[in-house]
Design a protein around this ligand. Structure first.
Ligand code: PLP
Length: 747
């Protein structure tokens, strides 16, 4: 076995460094993006990213620039003075987290200590717990760092042995088990402190609803909910913060690792005003905490995440990573679990140790890390390209094959094949990709749609290249009655496919009101109202508002919110939720403002990707981009900028892309509506139909020629009211916890 390393370098480090780590025998010298190079010039793909600290990739040019520019101005002043850098950094952080104040520090453990001090003080000053009696409830299997107080409540012997006496005031419960949590809470409990997904324990994902349950118990018992998102936060799980997967908000949030952009240790404890106001001058501090260098890098790290859509990359590429890992049919794999670009693969120790696989992967140029003897974790930089990720997965598969038992021996193990549960997941994944024979998939609940009546539809002005009032006028009556027929046929097609349709009354003088997809976007029962760019459509705004308010009064939606003044947004036409990748695709460059990606991302707590539209004929995203029921994407390439096309290819993958022809796109075929495996079009060439059928879709074609004269078709005429950004997980289980149990039972 040859190793790209220098034995003397390793020997020197081993001689002079304390022996608290056992590094892999590679000597790294340089890093760029997702690649590292050792002293011999050998390249490695970094699938570990320093335990998530290098989410931006190595030496991100913007971060290196922010670091060097600030270092040349002023780096360290202490908090004895104000600096220009700190305010903007903490403002950004509190806005992103939805919390009020932040207390900056350096390494993660320092901020965990801050959180513990804050919780105890809150317990005494606000909750009224008797002096020195406050308790904090923590999970078994937790990892929050290495200070003496923090290891006091670790349940891992190797972290504690010989380090006592320990700090009192902590009680344990079983992670993921709400009954156990409630049993651990007493009148003296000040806070529950947990990782939303346990990282060091082996990427342990709690059952769906766990965080919501924790929130409810904390509210019931007047206890703070404090989340340690040092590893899970800042995009790692495919949301800015893991708590957003369940739509809850903690009282306190601990961040670190990626906050330093892979360049510096930067951490923060962020909390509500009620919690943070327990600190007064002199009560807590840190010489380096919040220094201008850290603040400048931290702020740039957050901006890069936004500008490069790193959270969306994590969601989409993470779904791809999980799906590929789950399709590996190897007796070595007991379970694959994770969320976003953060995955643990649990291996059968009877066949091979995780460390042996990690060592072999390093030989082959892929860096990962074992944890708890059986788990290999993958946490690549969120900037990783799809091609690099695929290469890393290919090397992993090839490496597993090397360790699989020889055929004679294998006979034993194949009596323990991939467990029934995992097999079902593998099959489900394959089915989802392409299998026209698969039984029709009908959504479990009735789709809820909104349409606007076409009574006054006409082409009386020109606000896009499709419109020609003079041409319409020649046969206005025939075209208007054709529009009514087409609209009714579309509505009855939806109803035949099981949908429920709400109808908004038409308004004379507002013909384009019929294009309901532009009225707003509805996600998780929350409406963001459109603000139209063209004066001709602005008259629709009060009618849309009134209709949605009426829906709210009837309990169909919960909230109606305005697009911020100064921004334009044309609703679901430019904001398309993709449940297969858990990202919100937004279109900009023609009608909607680019900044809406941030507004919507924050408002719904979902990752948003902005795609630039460059062809005036395809001025809304929905005219050139359609996510089909099984996750394939029908799109028209010339409508997008080169950067947008790069994003689409990277996040969706070429095998899931269906390219619309000029003919289909110019007949607005891409503007279609997906209802399970059914897809409703206004046009489809034989070639498009064949491609759809091959992938298991049934195309329903309803001609909508009159509406095409406004640039609209099926999707434009329809707004979905029941899109849930949290539905995907129910369809495909994200982790297969019981594999080990099943394996044991099978044995
Ligand atoms: C969830 C969690 N909390 C706290 C820490 C400690 O952070 P640091 O090593 O920066 O002190 C870590 C580090 O792995 C972590 O994953």
């Amino acid at each position: 076995m040859t190793r790209s390393t220098t034995p003397e370098t390793i020997a020197r480090e081993q001689q002079f460094a304390a022996r608290n780590y056992a590094p892999l025998p590679v000597v790294l010298e340089r890093g760029h993006g997702e690649w590292l190079t050792d002293v011999d010039g050998k390249r490695y793909l970094d699938l570990m990213s320093a335990y998530s600290a290098v989410s931006h990739g190595h030496a991100h040019p913007r971060l290196v620039r922010a670091l060097t520019e600030q270092a040349q101005r002023v780096a360290v002043t202490s908090r004895a003075y104000h600096t220009a850098a700190l305010g903007p950094f903490l403002e950004k952080l509190t806005r992103l987290t939805g919390l009020d104040r932040a207390l900056p520090a350096n390494g993660g453990a320092e901020s965990v200590e801050t959180a513990i001090k804050a919780a105890r003080r809150w317990g005494y000053q606000v909750k009224g717990i008797a002096a020195d009696r406050a308790e904090i409830v923590v999970a078994r299997g937790n990892f929050h760092g290495r200070s003496t107080t923090i290891v006091s409540f670790s349940t891992e012997d190797s972290y504690r042995e010989g380090f006592g006496p320990f700090t009192p005031g902590f009680r344990h419960f079983d992670f993921g088990d709400l009954a156990s949590l409630e049993a651990a809470i007493t009148p003296n409990t000040a806070a529950v402190l947990i990782e939303p997904i346990q990282g060091e324990a082996g990427i342990v994902v709690p059952p769906d609803g766990f965080l919501r349950g924790v929130r409810a118990l904390c509210d019931k018992h007047r206890v703070l909910m404090i989340l340690d998102e040092i590893q899970s936060g800042l995009g790692r799980t495919g949301r800015w913060f893991a708590f957003q997967h369940e739509g809850v908000k903690p009282d306190g949030l601990i961040l670190g690792k990626a906050l330093g952009g892979g360049l510096l240790p930067v951490s923060c404890f962020v909390g509500t005003a009620e919690l943070m106001d327990v600190f007064e001058p002199g009560s807590h501090g840190s010489t380096f905490g919040g220094n201008p260098l850290a603040a400048a890098v931290g702020l740039e790290a957050l901006r890069v995440m936004e500008d490069e859509g790193l959270v969306a990359r994590s969601a989409a590429l993470g779904a791809h990573l999980l799906s590929r890992l789950r399709q590996i049919d190897s007796p070595i794999i007991r379970a694959v679990r994770g969320r976003g670009l953060w995955v643990g693969v649990d291996l059968d120790p009877a066949i091979v140790s995780a460390r042996a696989v990690v060592d072999r992967l390093a030989d082959k140029g892929v860096l990962s890390k074992d944890t708890h003897e059986t788990v290999i974790r993958f946490a690549p930089p969120l900037t990783i390209s799809r091609a690099a990720l695929d290469w890393g997965i290919d090397v992993f598969i090839e490496t597993l094959r090397e360790f699989e038992p020889a055929p004679a021996h294998k006979a034993d193990v194949t009596t323990l094949p991939a467990t029934p549960r995992r097999k079902a997941v593998i099959e489900n994944q394959r089915d989802n990709q392409r299998d026209p024979q698969r039984p029709p998939h009908r959504p479990a609940t009735r789709a809820q749609l909104m349409m606007s009546a076409p009574d006054h539809f006409e082409v009386s002005y020109k606000i896009n290249p499709w419109m020609d009032p003079a041409h319409w006028a020649v046969s206005a009556e025939r075209l208007a009655s054709d529009a009514k027929r087409g609209w009714l046929a579309l509505k009855s097609t939806y109803e035949r496919l099981g949908a429920k349709v709400e109808v908004q009354p038409a308004v004379r003088g507002l013909p384009d009101m019929v294009f309901t997809a532009n009225a707003g976007v509805v996600l998780d029962r929350k409406v963001t109202l459109a603000r139209f760019l063209c004066a001709e459509r602005q008259g629709e705004e009060p009618h849309n508002r009134a209709f949605f308010e009426a829906l709210r009064a009837r309990g169909v939606v919960d909230e109606v919110i305005d697009t911020p003044a100064g921004l334009y947004f044309e609703g679901a036409g430019d904001a398309i939720w993709d449940r297969h990748r858990s990202v919100l695709w937004t279109g900009y460059g023609q009608r909607s403002s680019r900044e809406m990606q941030f507004v919507l991302g924050e408002s719904y707590g979902v990752p948003a990707v902005a795609l630039e539209l460059v062809d005036p004929r395809f001025y809304h995203l929905d005219t050139c981009f359609c996510v089909l029921g099984r996750g394939d994407l029908l799109y028209y390439r010339p409508a997008f900028s080169a950067r947008a096309l790069g994003l689409i290819e990277d996040l969706v993958g070429r095998d899931r892309l269906i390219e619309a022809s000029d003919e289909d796109a110019c007949h607005l075929a891409v503007n279609s509506v997906a209802l399970g495996d059914d897809a409703v079009f206004c046009h489809a060439t034989a070639d498009l139909r064949a491609q759809l059928a091959e992938r298991g879709y049934r195309a329903h074609v309803v001609p909508l020629d009159s509406f095409n004269r406004s640039g609209g078709a099926a999707y434009c005429l329809t707004l979905r009211l029941d899109v849930s950004t949290r539905a995907a997980r129910a369809a495909v289980p994200l982790f297969v916890e019981d594999d080990a149990v099943e394996l044991r039972a099978a044995a």
